[in-house]
Design a protein around this ligand. Structure first.
Ligand code: HEM
Ligand SMILES: *[C@@H]1O[C@H](CO)[C@@H](O)[C@H](O)[C@H]1NC(C)=O
Ligand SMILES: *[C@@H]1O[C@H](CO)[C@@H](O)[C@H](O)[C@H]1NC(C)=O
Length: 476
C-alpha cells in the first residue's frame, strides 16, 4: 500500500513537472515570437514520430495533428535541429522565391560528402546561377523536341521489348531512367558498362538514405567507397572527351558533357564536371522512376482512369506507322496523360518538401524565425490540403481538366519547387514519363502480382518494388 502511494506521488509530481516545463516552454516561444509547437524529447525531438509516420502508407497525421493544434506554421525539432514546418502555400512560395537572400538550401554533411563539394545541389550565388541556366538550356523543350526525344523513345521501347511475365516495375523504371540519363549526359548507349556503373551507383544512392552513425556505418561506408568509383569512371569520361575535343576540334557532341565543356566562361574544371554529372544522375533518377511506377499503381487502382489513358494512346498509335517513333506533336496531343502525371505528382509528392537554412531573422505571418534555424516548406501538406483541393486525398486525374487547381492564386502546386532552384528537369521528366506510359498502355495489359504498399521514408517508394504480371497486347 505504501509503495502504491509512493508511486502515485511520484507520478503526480512528474506530471506536474512536465506540465510546468511545457508551459514555460510555450511562454518562451510566444515571447520570442516563434510559431507554436513542441520540441518533443531532448536530443531526438520529434524525429521518431516523423519517421514512424512517414514509414506508413498514410503519413498525413503527423502534420494534420500539428496543424489542427498549432496552425499552418508550427515549430518542431527534427534531425537534430529546431525547424519550422510550413504547410502554408504563401509561406512556401516566399521561402522558394527568397532562396539566396533570406534562405539557402542546406544538406547534412553526410549527404554533401556523397554529392561532392562542387555539386550543383550545394552551390550558391552566381556559380549556381550559371550552372542552373546551363541545365535549363540543355533540357528545355526545343532541345528535347529536336535532340532528346528520339533517344527517349528508342531506349524506352528497347527496354519494354524485353518484358514478359512478372516484372518489378520499380526496378525496371530505375533501369530505364538511369540509361536515359547516361545517354543524355554523355551519349552512351546502355550495355555492360552502364550496368556495372549502375551497380556502384545504387550503393551510392543507398548512402543518402542511411543514417551515418557507426552502427549503420557499413551502408554509409560502402556508399562513400562507391562514390569514389563512380567519380573515377566519370572523371575518365571527362578526360577522354576533353582529349578528343582537343584532337578533333570542331566536332561537338550535343550532350550535357559537351555543353559543359563548351561553356563560354573558361569551361569547368574536372572536379566541377564530375560533381555536376553526379548531381544530375542523382536528381533525375529516383524522382522520375518513382513517378513512373506510382502513376501505374494509381492507374491500376483506378480502372476508369486507365481506360481513358489507354484510349488517348491507342488513338495516337493508330495514326502511326508500325514502329514509328513518337514525335513532339504526339507528345503535345496527350492532354489526359498530363492530368495523370500532375495528379500522380500531387498525390505521391516524391519530393515532399524542401529544407532551407534561415540566413537572417525572418518575419513571416507575424512570427520571427531566428537566423540559423531550419524551415521545411512542405509541398505535400499543401497538395493534400482538403481546403485547397476537393477530396484532396483521392487520386482523381479529371480534377486537372475542369477548373484546374494549378490556376489558383499564388501557384500552390509546386511538385518541382520554384524560384532560383526550380527543377531544371521538369519538362524532361514529363516527356520521359509520357513516352513510358504510351508504350506501356498500348503494348501491355497487366495486373498486380502481389499486394504492395507505399512508404514515404526514407524516400517515396513501394515496399515490394511493385510487382506486376504483364501480357503483350500487340507487338511493341
Ligand atoms: C518527376 C521528376 C522530378 C521531380 C518531382 C523533381 C523535383 C525537383 C525539386 C522539387 C527540386 C527543387 C529542390 C530544391 O528546391 O531544393 C529539384 C531540383 C533539381 N532537379 Fe528535379 N525533379 C524531377 C526530375 C528531374 C530530372 C529528370 C532532372 C534532370 C535534368 C532533374 C534535375 C534537377 C536538378 C539539377 C535540380 C537542382 C536545381 C538547383 O538546385 O538549382 N530533376 N527537382
Ligand atoms: C533552349 O536552349 C537553347 C540553347 O541551348 C536556345 O537556343 C533556345 O532558344 C532555348 N529554347 C527555349 C524554348 O527556351
Ligand atoms: C500540370 O501542372 C503544371 C505545373 O507544374 C501546370 O503548368 C499545368 O498546366 C498542369 N497541367 C494540367 C493538364 O493541368
Amino acid at each position: 500500500m505504501a509503495s502504491f502511494v509512493l508511486a502515485l506521488f511520484v507520478l503526480l509530481i512528474s506530471i506536474n513537472v512536465i506540465i510546468l516545463v511545457e508551459r514555460r516552454r510555450r511562454r518562451r516561444m510566444r515571447r520570442l515570437g516563434l510559431p507554436p509547437g513542441s520540441f518533443g524529447l531532448p536530443l531526438v525531438g520529434e524525429t521518431l514520430q516523423l519517421i514512424s509516420a512517414y514509414k506508413t502508407e498514410n503519413p498525413e497525421p503527423f502534420i494534420d495533428m500539428r496543424v489542427s493544434k498549432y496552425g499552418s506554421l508550427f515549430t518542431t525539432h527534427v534531425f537534430g535541429e529546431p525547424t519550422v514546418f510550413s504547410t502554408d502555400p504563401q509561406t512556401n512560395r516566399f521561402v522558394l522565391q527568397n532562396e539566396g537572400k533570406l534562405f539557402e538550401s542546406s544538406y547534412p554533411s553526410s549527404i554533401s560528402n556523397l554529392l561532392g563539394r562542387k555539386s550543383l545541389l550545394l552551390m550558391k550565388g552566381s556559380f549556381h546561377k550559371r550552372m542552373h541556366s546551363l541545365i535549363m538550356s540543355f533540357a528545355n523543350s526545343s532541345i528535347i523536341r529536336d535532340h532528346l526525344l528520339v533517344d527517349i523513345d528508342r531506349l524506352i521501347r528497347f527496354n519494354l521489348h524485353t518484358w514478359g511475365g512478372m516484372v518489378r516495375l520499380q526496378d525496371q523504371t530505375k533501369k530505364i531512367t538511369f540509361e536515359l540519363t547516361v545517354k543524355q549526359l554523355m551519349s552512351f548507349d546502355p550495355g555492360e558498362w552502364t550496368e556495372s556503373l549502375r551497380k556502384e551507383y545504387l550503393l551510392l544512392i543507398e548512402g543518402f538514405f542511411s543514417v551515418p552513425l557507426p552502427f549503420f556505418f557499413t551502408t554509409y561506408g560502402r556508399a562513400l567507397k562507391a562514390r569514389t568509383k563512380v567519380a573515377e569512371v566519370l572523371r575518365l569520361m571527362v578526360r577522354e572527351r576533353k582529349e578528343r575535343r582537343a584532337r578533333e576540334g570542331g566536332e561537338k557532341q550535343k550532350d550535357m558533357l559537351g555543353a559543359l565543356l563548351e561553356d563560354g566562361d573558361g569551361g569547368f574544371t574536372e572536379e566541377e564536371a564530375v560533381d555536376f554529372m553526379l548531381a544530375l544522375l542523382v536528381a533525375g533518377y529516383e524522382t522520375t522512376s518513382t513517378i513512373m511506377t506510382l502513376a501505374v499503381k494509381f492507374l491500376t487502382e483506378t480502372p476508369v482512369a486507365l481506360a481513358a489513358l489507354r484510349e488517348e494512346h491507342d488513338s495516337i498509335q493508330e495514326r502511326k506507322q508500325e514502329s514509328e517513333a513518337l514525335s513532339w506533336s504526339d507528345y503535345k496531343s496527350m492532354p489526359f496523360t498530363q492530368c495523370v502525371i500532375n495528379e500522380t505528382l500531387r498525390v505521391a509528392n516524391i519530393i515532399s518538401g524542401v529544407f532551407r537554412r534561415v540566413m537572417s531573422d525572418v518575419n513571416i505571418k507575424g512570427y520571427t524565425i531566428p537566423k540559423g534555424w531550419k524551415v521545411f516548406a512542405s509541398f505535400r501538406a499543401v497538395h493534400l490540403d482538403q481546403d485547397l483541393y476537393k477530396d484532396a486525398r483521392t487520386f482523381n486525374p479529371w480534377r486537372w481538366q475542369s477548373n484546374p487547381p494549378a490556376a489558383s492564386p499564388g501557384n500552390i502546386f509546386t511538385p518541382f519547387g520554384g524560384g532560383p532552384r526550380l527543377c531544371p528537369g521538369y519538362e524532361l521528366a514529363r516527356v520521359e514519363i509520357s513516352v513510358f506510359l504510351h508504350y506501356l498502355v498500348t503494348g501491355f495489359s497487366w495486373e498486380t502480382a502481389e499486394e504492395d504498399k507505399l512508404a514515404f521514408f526514407p524516400t517515396t517508394r513501394t515496399l515490394k518494388r511493385y510487382p506486376i504480371n504483364v501480357r503483350h497486347r500487340k507487338v511493341v
